[in-house]
Design a protein around this ligand. Structure first.
Ligand SMILES: [Zn+2]
Length: 798
């Protein structure tokens, strides 16, 4: 309804402007700006007259001349006010209306806006200079956030009860929300994944005892060490360019063999001090029954009526508050962006936080690559079919195709209207020309040529990223869990093909395909998939020298993703008596939560093991909430550092609010959703962004969804057009993408500024991120307000 009204309103204005413009064209020469003068006695269109704004003075005198003559005959309210200041007119630059009037002519409004902007620009520069002066006068800068708080118009609500729900409801809601946050914090800290410092601080205030100051990530340890140095170094001392990587990316240290034993206990690998597996090292991990109980607690919570209302209201409030913030501060934000030299949206770092390697090139690129390969390598044997070797030329002959015939239409990899809600059809699009053989030859790491072509095309994509310099991607490679040597083959593929780029990191996607393996008699029980996926990782951690390729490859792996069609029917809830992986022998696929739990639990032990060895740790970043039951998002909330999609959060206010409070990264791909699950205009991204959820834009599958050479830019561009995102919004999305990405601390340091791990404005460096301090400050203060609102109510006596 609202949307309709706005549309019809803007339509009216457009018509008026259009008519005025037509009239103007008939009357005068074209000018850059127009002034519409309105006479009260005549209709708007008839009297609209344009005067060239050659300079404010000319404009003014022309205007006042006419006003004077007219004013004698028909004094309208407007002309009266103008005539009264007539005498001072020459002394008042840039003003036509009286100074106490709200400017009412378009040209005045534009002038006024520009003037404000100039003032703000000037102020922003001044602020920067004074800050710089402070920095220079004092060597020991204390980057205390209080000193950096920018000036802007704050939206604040005063009064005793500000939450809009009865006090008892608020107290109850607070308790539940805190309980949920504690759960997540426990899961995150157990698995060495990150939890936002601000929220952790509030939690700490409630439960001093349960918290430890231990630094979790290997990256965070570096951060902590650098804190002291950072305080003495000026931000300018840091180069903006990330240190270009070592000449040989595969040259790393090999820790000695520990000789530990590794054995699965109820589906989770445990580490033992001896090879006979008697003395357990006891790395802690969450047991299945604890997880089941926590899931049940969370599921009861998201269905709780009063809590739902509470969260819904808070989210609505956050939305409205943001609209007000933008209304009041848009100009200031823009001004501070303009005041930053060199930096703009094009040269800030962006990470494509969700993209699959097998579809990271666009369709034209793949077509060009296939044609090129067919031309140059026609006689290369690429596959074995029915015991007979087939060259690339044979493969195309069997399809009766020549290079000349090939077109993008024939390739038929693009998603179209027929893929909407048809994940099966979408999956089939991965096969060029509908031939799984071509997919195998060109888009797989494990084939007759050991993924030679795939390595080449990925390197071409990486070269494009490097050329654009500011774009990076986290490509998903598959480990199916079908055989034990998948990891070694994958690592070999990367090392032999030298598939490495500073702009690329790997995420390992695990498709949920147990049922297919089982029906094809490839395995006995679910435990075998777990063995195939995790055992090689434990072995490579235990004895890197025995698994050199894997050890080298793992340093560029960020974490795990879980993929498949979420809308497939499943029983989302299971209890603690569910079959263990050894006993899961039926042909049904285990539910989403089961997959995620075993990935999480094994990753937890693995991370503890690797951390102790001084090796990099992994995070869990599954596809979650794209479709299917909302319980998937509960799993995501408990166990994953970030998720991809999160569309269904729009239906579950409690979870959405919790995702906000714990600032869980959500990599959203509206173009992908538009082809598969949700029309573009219904995508919740703008709402999430307004409310302050940590969202980023990503492409998912450029091969299927995008048309241009720079799919990530295409994604940003369409979002900006459709949702009218401001430059500040876009830069905020880009900054979020870097923050939530798994690129190493060292790189983020250079991309976001040396203090990026700090809370609030202190962590922002506008000269690198192009995000105004005002925006960062707004987000931070708003989060603090929300957290205070909740934590103040908890534990207070009635
Ligand atoms: Zn995806």
């Amino acid at each position: 309804m609202d949307e309709y009204q706005t549309k019809s309103f803007s339509f009216d204005v457009d018509t008026v402007m259009e008519q005025s413009a037509k009239k103007f064209k008939a009357d005068k020469m074209s000018v850059r700006g127009v002034l519409i003068r309105i006479d009260s006695t005549d209709s708007l269109c008839d009297q609209a007259e344009m005067i060239s704004p050659k300079s404010p003075n000319i404009l003014k005198s022309e205007y006042f001349d006419t006003v004077r003559t007219r004013g004698e005959t028909s004094p309208s309210p407007m002309t009266i006010s103008s005539t009264t200041i007539d005498g001072d007119a020459l002394m008042l630059p840039n003003e036509i209306s009286a100074p106490y009037e709200v400017s009412q002519f378009p040209i005045e409004q534009i002038e006024r806006k520009l003037q404000i902007q100039r003032q703000l620009n000037y102020k922003a520069m001044e602020d920067k200079q004074s800050l710089a002066a402070e920095v220079h006068s004092d060597d020991d800068i204390n980057l205390d956030e209080h000193e950096l708080v920018p000036h802007f118009q704050r939206v604040s609500i005063s009064g005793e009860d500000t939450s809009g729900v009865p006090l008892e409801d608020l107290e109850r809601a607070s308790k539940l929300v805190i309980q949920a946050l504690e759960l997540r914090e426990r899961y995150m800290s157990a698995s060495n994944q990150s939890f936002p410092a601000t929220t952790a601080r509030f939690l700490k205030s409630v439960h001093e005892k349960t918290m430890s100051d231990e630094v979790q990530h290997e990256d965070k340890r570096t951060t902590a060490e650098e804190y002291r140095n950072t305080n003495r170094r000026r931000p300018k001392d840091y180069s903006v360019h990330a240190p270009s990587n070592i000449h040989d990316p595969w040259n790393i240290e090999f820790p000695p063999n520990l000789g530990y034993g590794i054995k699965s206990v109820n589906g989770v690998f445990n580490v033992f001090k001896d090879e006979e597996c008697t003395e357990n090292v006891n790395y802690p991990y969450c047991k299945l029954d604890t997880f089941v109980a926590d899931m049940q607690t969370m599921c009861a919570m998201i269905a709780d009526g009063p809590l739902k209302s509470f969260c819904y209201r808070r989210l609505s409030y956050l939305n409205s508050k943001f609209q007000l913030h933008v209304l009041l501060n848009e100009l200031r934000e823009l001004a501070s962006q303009k005041a930053v030299p060199h930096r703009d949206f094009y040269n800030i770092r962006k990470v494509d936080t969700h993209i699959h390697a097998a579809s990271c090139m666009n369709q034209k690129h793949l077509l060009r690559f296939i044609k090129k390969t067919l031309k140059n390598n026609a006689d290369e044997v690429v596959t074995i079919s029915k015991g007979k070797a087939m060259t690339l030329a044979d493969v195309f002959k069997s399809m009766s195709l020549t290079t000349y015939d090939l077109t993008v239409d024939m390739l038929d990899v693009h998603a179209d209207r027929n893929t909407f809600h048809r994940f099966d059809k979408f999956n089939a699009k991965y096969n060029p020309i509908g031939e799984s053989r071509l997919r195998e030859v060109f888009l797989k790491t494990d084939n007759y040529l050991n993924g030679k072509y795939f390595a080449e095309i990925i390197k071409e994509v990486a070269a494009d990223f490097e050329e654009s310099k500011y774009q990076n991607a986290e490509l998903r490679l598959s480990i199916y869990g079908k055989t034990r040597d998948e990891w070694t083959k994958l690592a070999k593929w990367a090392i032999d093909g030298n598939v490495y780029s500073d702009n690329i990191r790997w995420l390992i996607q695990i498709p949920r395909l147990y049922d297919i393996f089982k029906t094809n008699h490839l395995m006995e029980s679910f435990q075998e998939t777990l063995d195939n996926i995790f055992l090689p990782l434990f072995e490579a951690t235990n004895d890197p020298e025995k698994h050199p390729e894997l050890h080298k490859f793992l340093q560029y792996v960020i974490g795990f993703d879980s993929v498949d069609d979420e809308s497939k029917p499943e029983n989302p809830l299971f209890d603690k008596d569910v079959d263990t992986p050894e006993n899961w022998k039926n042909e049904d696929n285990p539910p989403y939560a089961y997959y995620i739990y075993y990935t999480f639990a094994n990753m937890t032990v693995l991370n503890n093991f690797r951390k102790e060895r001084g090796l990099n740790t992994f995070v869990l970043r599954p596809h979650c909430g794209e479709a299917g039951p909302v319980q998937h998002l509960v799993c995501g909330f408990l166990m994953s550092e970030n998720i991809s999609h999160g569309l269904l959060l729009r239906k579950v206010p409690v979870l959405q609010y919790l995702y906000y409070l714990s600032q869980i990264g959500i990599a959203m791909s509206p173009l992908s959703n538009n082809s598969l699950f949700l029309n573009y205009h219904r995508n919740p991204l703008p709402e999430y962004l307004a409310r302050g959820l940590c969202v980023s834009l990503s492409t998912d599958d450029p091969l299927q969804f995008h048309f241009t050479k720079e799919p990530l830019m295409e994604e940003y561009s369409i979002a900006a057009q459709v949702w009218k995102l401001s430059s500040c919004d876009m830069c905020e999305l880009a900054r979020n993408s870097v923050v939530m990405s798994g690129f190493p601390h060292k790189m983020k340091h250079h991309w976001l500024g040396p203090n990026y791990t700090r809370e609030g404005v202190a962590g922002n460096d506008i000269s690198r991120t192009n995000v105004p301090d005002i925006r960062v400050s707004y987000r931070y203060e708003t989060l603090i307000d929300e957290l205070s609102n909740i934590f103040n109510k908890c534990g207070k006596p009635h």
